[in-house]
Write a protein that binds this ligand. Structure first.
Ligand code: NI
Ligand code: MN
Length: 229
């Protein structure tokens, strides 16, 4: 049994019967988060890019859990230099872990990490395609709409896709609806909206438009809510 729990913004915990992964654990400074970093118990931490609202509390959680960070090479190497256990990967690369199969997908975005006055570039941002206990999950990361989402939809049968809908930095509702048409997942969970005023969006508008145009079920999760696949 695979469960997905939403912890606000782009943070999700995915658990199988044996393993737990957390994606983009930005909790401490996230106004919508329902848990604190010290409450997270996981085996792996997946980070899509270096922006603070995704990188978040990854280092702290990695060290507290002796968990492995999976991220694009540059970001993973930075985490390693800070003492974390890492597994570096890159776009298009896949690897079979003990929990299942994982591939890094492209994301149209940036990946700088701001450390005081320094801007440290963390390579390319990514999304994650994950096969765990027979279920296939896609977390798009922060991204604009791009045509290769069609390839992902052709390649795998997605049980669920997590897609940003907040606009401004990432896809807005109409582009995210197009992404659903490309990806053809059984279910889609909107993310990366309403955390700040600049990304205010009505997820029920997304739900209505997706369900008018596609056979995909839209699952709107509030922070702390879980779905079982
Ligand atoms: Ni970002
Ligand atoms: Mn973001």
């Amino acid at each position: 049994m695979v469960t997905i729990t939403f912890h606000g913004h782009a943070c999700f915990k995915i658990s199988s019967s044996k393993f737990s992964l957390i994606i983009d654990p930005w909790l401490k400074n996230n106004p919508l988060a329902d848990i604190r970093p010290e409450q997270v118990k996981v085996d792996y931490i997946l980070i899509t890019h270096g922006h603070g609202d995704h990188f978040g509390d990854a280092l702290e959680i990695a060290k507290a859990n002796d968990a492995t960070i999976i991220a694009p090479y540059e970001l993973a190497t930075y985490c390693q230099s800070k003492g974390a256990k890492v597994h570096p990967m890159h776009i298009g690369g896949d690897y079979t872990f003990d929990f299942g199969w994982l591939q890094l997908t492209p994301a149209m975005h940036g990946s700088a990490y701001i450390e005081g006055d320094n801007i440290i570039y963390m390579g390319n941002p990514c999304g994650f395609l994950i096969e765990i206990e027979g279920k296939t999950v896609y977390h798009a990361g922060d991204t604009g709409l791009f045509g290769d989402m069609k390839l992902i939809g052709e390649k795998v049968r997605l049980d669920v896709a997590m897609l940003p809908i907040g606009g401004n930095f990432v896809m807005g509702i109409d582009d995210a609806v197009k992404a659903v048409e490309f990806l053809k997942p059984k279910a889609v969970i909107p993310m990366h909206y309403n955390t700040f005023d600049i990304i205010k969006k009505d997820p029920s508008e997304f739900k209505k438009k997706v369900e008018e145009k596609t056979g995909t079920n839209v699952v709107i999760l509030h922070t702390g809510e879980t779905i079982t696949l």
